[in-house]
Design a protein around this ligand. Sequence first.
Ligand SMILES: Nc1ncnc2c1ncn2[C@@H]1O[C@H](COP(=O)(O)OP(=O)(O)O)[C@@H](O)[C@H]1O
Ligand SMILES: N[C@@H](CCC(=O)OP(=O)(O)O)C(=O)O
Length: 382
Amino acid sequence: MSNEQEPGREALGQARRVVVKIGSSLLTNDGRGLDEMAIGRWVDQIAALHRRGVDVVLVSSGAVAAGMLRLGWQARPSEVHELQAAAAVGQNGLTQSYEQHFARHDILTAQILLTHDDLSNRKRYLNALSALRTLVDMRVVPVINENDTVVTDEIRFGDNDTLGALVANLLEADALLLLTDQEGLFDADPRHDPGAGLIAEGRADDPRLAAVAGGGGALGRGGMSTKIRAAKLAARSGAVTVIASGRQPDVLTRLLDGETLGTLLRPVHAPLAARKRWLAGQLQVRGTLTLDAGAIKVLRERGSSLLAVGVREVQGTFRRGDMVACVDEQGALVAKGLINYGAAEARKLKGQPSHQIEALLGYVEARSLIHRDNLVVMRLPD
Ligand SMILES: Nc1ncnc2c1ncn2[C@@H]1O[C@H](COP(=O)(O)OP(=O)(O)O)[C@@H](O)[C@H]1O
Ligand SMILES: N[C@@H](CCC(=O)OP(=O)(O)O)C(=O)O
């Protein structure tokens, strides 16, 4: 085993705050209930980091899988109400298990169940942030999962990789550690290709990674593709992401000692400001504006607000305050932002100068379609 330090790994050695995500594939020991021994080992490692002064926030899957076992179900249900029921039963077991294991180390845990809405509504997002910060400052280990019992398909994160990344953004964590049932990201899905090789390191935004990442197993949901997306999201607040095997002995403590394990995905750009990051993390886009070349240029080069005059097409059904995507004429994403007008108004305003707004609508909500504070412009590949 190599102790060689790779560029980017030193960030792990200096990490003061980390988000650890444990996937369903691991927690449930391939479907045979919660793997209590393994949970105990991860908790021991987290406790060791905690004693060193590292703040650890845990994002744990496993509610549905644990519930399935308790209810005697053999296969993951596909009906939403059954998934909700399984999650409700299983989450109890999960919480109980973490609480007992952390109690051996005199560490308190707090259960936090989040939904997509909690992080997309700015007020609830700020509430979640202050609650989490308070817990972390009190040296409690928050154990977070999606609130599966109240979500439906349209409003779910679905996989906890994304949730982990958004929590890393929220708390400005130094690292997101995604523990799974593989040694890391391979250049092909190792379930289907035994010759696949481990990728030790890469840039979080490298498009070649998404091309090799496949879907998940029978218990997990996201597979590697959501882990790559999570690394990109985490990079927005400057966090490094590691995808590593939760079955490697002492994986967490070894990673924070700088050991070369798993796949390290580095952020390559300076972190976005907190508000822009929140905007960039929004997953639900309600409409699309096609911009002309002039508008794209001022957005990219001057960070200007988006004026209606630069909009060619308006698609979708959205209301004032909703998130819309701005694309170029080829459909490539240029920016995302919160729009000041609903879809019907935006259609009337497209291509028109701002001084015409009153004549066209009878009122002026704002001079711009999207104010620059509510706009995040995508970075161009280097
Ligand atoms: N390129 C790849 N490298 C490694 N694993 C991959 C790759 N593509 C797909 N996978 C699959 O992703 C699975 C892990 O994702 P998932 O089942 O969602 O687990 P978790 O519950 O830990 O998130 C692995 O078991 C593996 O089969
Ligand atoms: N919230 C769900 C977890 C969703 C899920 O399976 O996520 P993942 O382990 O990231 O593939 C649960 O607790 O069962």
